[in-house]
Design a protein around this ligand. Structure first.
Ligand code: DHE
Length: 515
């Protein structure tokens, strides 16, 4: 009897703890902004997949003190230290069940900017082809720069934690921006106004624009889908479940635009397959199934899909991601899971044709290519080794390894410059950026614009005359260099600027930029 009473009171205590515990604190204090189920509302989703990307102070501190220059208030007067700690731990727990994101739910999230006024011509005088966007991750904004004068034409708020390159419409008029929370924002560069936004996924990777500018694909981790939106009004064209041939559901590592193939290419995180999704209404039928025909007594191929969004599977030996594409999009190079090899896949015949020894986790998505000694070569940085690998894209042989002062994230060049630029993102030399000769493959200069600050990611102006470099810090800057003399010409203060994107370089698929 006594034992029963003790366990009963323990049970009661547990129950009361769980009722008044972090879940209840979440419901009382966080849910209004961050949504029921922690999936986001006006505030970002509070799930490990999103929080893992959080920069700056740790979660306990943010709950206690709030976040400056955002709507996140301080909870120090409402929750004690123990409650804050428990709440932070609760938010870091994975969700028990991954909710669906159906077409209806996506459509219901659409927010159109009521104040948006379309215009016939730009409301500014600058060269529309030389506009450059700077993503400022410090306070989740994008600055719109005139690429000739470097004046800021506008600075607008984005959803939380933008990742990957914004994608421009083929005429350079609109830009689409994606956050890791799955929001896709459409912004009119002529009117300098947001058109609207829609939540296409719960945890998303990146976006890609179709060859004709009509469709925008969104690669999702949560749920495991590819969402395709109409670029015109952000309506949902389709949501494709990403399920491998053997029935395994897979996250989509990334979706890429392959304009001259008139398709999207998908990297599957959890299955040994690459998908190609047609953006051409006249795409040939894709044959995937085989049946035995009783009448004909033979094996017949059945078309599984055709036309717009027809899906083709390319089977690989293991899952590959982080793709580099050659100029005509006939081949891609993907990284193997162990981060030690690059695998070359011929997309036309749909199979692997070569392997490259690329130890040290190549970051192929940042790869760039150029013509050297009559050969087209590509270079890739490595995330875990201080080196760049240079590969001949005709023979698929590695022709050089350039030693750097540390592992880097991004490479960039331009048709009109003899150099390519490589950051040293990780380690003690993160404040350096190497400028390398495209012919000799020698480092010609190492710039160190701000001692101790992370310096990374380069973008060129349309003509390749200036190179813009991010000082990736809260009180950071974009530094404009003369791309020939390598002298600094301007310093534009910015809040933790990350990627920069020039309209012309992006819509013409410049060889010096990742696509
Ligand atoms: Fe990125 C592009 C994947 C971490 C900043 N990153 C991309 C792309 C992919 C990718 C597939 C190409 C998409 C595109 O542009 O359409 N990134 C990954 C990862 O798998 C990785 C290593 C881990 C992850 O959690 O996602 C990763 N990336 C980061 C960062 O930590 C960076 C430095 C800071 C951040 O904002 O998260 C970062 N990634 C970027 C940027 C681009 C990018 C700025 C666009 C580069 C460009 O010039 O186009």
């Amino acid at each position: 009897m006594i034992r029963l009473t003790a366990s009963l009171s323990a049970l009661l205590l547990l129950t009361s703890l769980s009722v008044a515990g972090p879940a209840q604190d979440y419901a009382d204090n966080c849910q209004d902004c961050h949504g029921a189920g922690r999936l986001g509302g006006v505030g970002p989703a509070l799930i490990p997949e999103t929080l893992g990307r959080m920069r700056g102070p740790d979660l306990d501190t943010v709950i206690r003190d709030g976040r400056k220059a955002t709507q996140m208030p301080a909870f120090a007067d409402i929750l004690n230290d123990e409650q804050i700690e428990a709440l932070a731990a609760f938010l870091k727990e994975p969700l028990g069940e991954v909710p669906d994101r159906t077409e209806t739910e996506i459509a219901a999230s659409l927010v159109i900017n009521e104040d948006y006024q379309p215009v016939e011509t730009p409301v500014w005088q600058s060269d529309p082809m030389n506009i450059t966007l700077v993503v400022e991750t410090g306070d989740h904004h994008v600055s719109v720069l005139d690429g000739d004068t470097f004046e800021t034409l506008d600075r607008f708020a984005t959803p939380f934690a933008v990742h990957g390159g914004p994608k421009f419409s083929p005429d350079g008029r609109y830009v689409f921006i994606m956050s890791r929370d799955g929001w896709v924002q459409k912004y009119d560069l002529y009117a300098l106004q947001e058109v609207g936004r829609v939540r296409a996924g719960l945890n998303s990777r990146n976006i890609a624009m179709s060859h004709d500018g009509k469709w925008l694909a969104v690669a999702n981790y949560l749920p495991m889908t590819l969402t395709i939106l109409s670029t015109e009004d952000l309506s949902v064209a389709t949501v494709m479940d990403v399920t491998a041939k053997d029935g395994t559901a897979s996250r989509v590592s990334a979706v890429y635009q392959a304009p001259n193939r008139k398709s999207f290419i998908l990297a599957l995180k959890d299955a040994p397959e690459i998908w190609e999704v047609a953006t051409d209404p006249d795409a040939d039928p894709v044959y995937e199934g085989f049946v035995h025909s009783r009448e004909k007594g033979m094996v017949e191929a059945l078309p599984s899909s055709e036309g717009l969004f027809a899906r083709r599977r390319i089977l690989t030996a293991e899952p590959l991601d982080d793709f580099f594409f050659d100029d005509d999009y006939r081949h891609l190079v993907g990284a193997s899971r162990d981060g030690a090899r690059g695998v070359v896949v011929n997309l036309n015949v749909g199979r692997e044709i070569a392997e490259l020894p690329l130890e040290g986790m190549p970051h192929l998505g940042s790869g760039i290519s150029w013509e050297r000694d009559g050969h087209r070569v590509m270079a890739t940085p490595h995330l875990k080794e201080g080196k760049l690998s240079v590969i001949d894209t005709e023979t698929w042989k590695q022709i050089a390894t350039i030693k750097t002062d540390g592992p880097g994230f991004f490479l960039r060049s331009h048709e009109n410059t003899p150099y390519f630029w490589a950051d040293v993102f990780f380690g003690p030399n993160k404040d350096e950026i190497h400028v390398i000769d495209k012919e000799s493959l020698e480092i010609v200069k190492t710039l160190k614009p701000v001692e101790g600050a992370t310096v990374a990611h380069v973008e060129f102006t349309k003509d390749g005359r200036y190179a813009l470099v991010s000082v990736w810090e809260d009180d950071g800057a974009v530094i404009v260099y003369d791309a020939t003399t390598l002298e600094e010409v301007r310093r534009l203060p910015m809040r933790k600027p990350s990627g920069k994107y020039n309209v012309w370089n992006k819509i013409t698929f410049s060889e010096g930029t990742s696509h």
